[in-house]
Design a binder for this molecule. Structure first.
Ligand SMILES: [Ca+2]
Length: 144
């Protein structure tokens, strides 16, 4: 991967382009997107996005966690409409983020490794040292 490309990407662009979501998950994410797209115009607003994420986790994540995910992805507060592709990226990232939070809480290193291997994001294979990526993207990469 070209580091110059990485330097140009916003966090949400990075996640949209480089996270792989299998068909079953994509179907699941689409289900919650559609359920929360009340006016059925193919996009959801921020409140609907929060509601869709909470549905995805059977209400087991709180609004603070949802906001932390949106903040990490540096989603502009002024963005009002989210299309399906963006929601899928946010949902996929949210899974990784929650694994990350969980793994921080897990003391046993072997268990931590198992948790990380369950994810289906591309592994980071490049060194970030000396790379002029934004701090915001760096924070996202730390989670992935
Ligand atoms: Ca809508």
């Amino acid at each position: 991967m070209d580091m110059l490309v990485l330097e140009q990407l916003s966090p949400i662009q990075y996640v949209s382009q480089f996270c792989r979501v299998n068909g079953r998950r994509r179907t699941l994410f689409r289900h919650y997107f559609t359920k929360n797209d009340r006016d059925r115009d193919g996009s959801i607003n921020k409140r609907e996005l929060q509601s869709a994420l909470r549905d995805l986790y059977a209400q087991s994540i709180n609004t603070e966690q949802v906001n932390a995910i949106l903040d990490l992805l540096d989603i502009d507060k002024s963005v009002r409409a989210f299309e399906l592709d963006v929601f899928i990226a946010v949902a996929a990232f949210s899974e990784r983020y929650l694994y990350y939070c969980y793994s921080l809480a897990v003391q046993d290193q072997s268990e931590r490794r198992m948790v990380l291997e369950e994810t289906d994001f591309c592994a980071l294979r490049w060194k970030l040292e000396g790379c002029k990526i934004s701090d915001k993207l760096r924070n996202v990469l730390r989670v992935l």
